[in-house]
Design a protein around this ligand. Structure first.
Ligand code: ATP
Ligand code: MG
Length: 199
């Protein structure tokens, strides 16, 4: 028997915003997942040196944003280990903890990065991939399936709420003194202000 179905949403969350929270909730309900693990990357291998806020700040903001959803749990599993946060390592660690029914949630733009990930075939055996639509991101399934033959049978496509929000835009807005309220929870807005992040 496999364990309860659990969604995994990884990211730099620099900062976390309603785009992240909305796709996690969409997938949770659509696939009847038990819970969602929100996992901030220690160091995103494809964004080395590019994250702006420290891991501790990104973790704290994720915790604030998820506090009122009993199905969301923030995990520091990637922040707790040194070096780049490889997804196949994280999934293997979760599997070793008895979680063998994992759904890896990706925005459509992140799916396009799959060829640049390490051990992608291994990832496909450890988790199903749930791809959620995102404004401005196209999905080239034929090309990816040619590279990874196991992909089609492990892929679930979900039509998400298509919120056109990105962390890059939020960082730019803060730097320009423009508002980010209503794009991320108030507690995250307050945290960013209190700690002077992204100025
Ligand atoms: P950045 O602009 O810094 O890359 P981001 O908004 O893309 O930030 P990430 O932390 O890179 O946020 O994203 C984590 C995951 O959430 C990725 O799989 C990404 O595709 C997905 N995601 C982020 N924002 C959205 C959104 N508005 N709609 C759908 N998926 C999203
Ligand atoms: Mg991104």
């Amino acid at each position: 028997m496999s364990s309860a179905p659990i969604g995994i949403l990884g990211g730099t969350f620099d900062p976390i915003h309603y785009g992240h929270l909305a796709i996690a909730e969409e997938v949770r309900v659509a696939l009847r997942l038990d819970r969602i693990l929100i996992i901030p990357a220690g160091e995103q291998p494809l964004k080395i040196g590019k994250s702006v806020a420290s891991p501790a700040h990104r973790l704290a903001m994720a915790q604030l944003a998820c506090a009122d959803n009993p199905f969301f749990e923030v995990s520091s599993i990637e922040i707790d280990r040194p070096g780049p946060s490889y997804t196949h390592v994280t999934l293997q660690l979760l599997y070793n903890q008895g979680l063998d029914n994992l759904y890896l949630i990706l925005g459509a733009d992140a799916l396009a990065d799959l060829p640049r990930w390490r051990e992608t075939p291994r990832i496909l055996t450890l988790a199903r991939i749930v791809v959620v639509s995102r404004p401005g991101a196209a999905i080239d399934l034929p090309a990816l399936s040619q590279m990874f033959p196991a992909l089609p049978e492990r892929l679930i496509l979900i039509e998400g709420p298509r919120l056109d929000i990105s962390s890059t835009d939020l960082r730019r807005r803060v730097a320009q003194g423009r508002p980010i309220r209503y794009q991320t929870p108030d507690a995250v807005v307050a945290y960013i202000e209190a700690h002077g992040l992204y100025r």
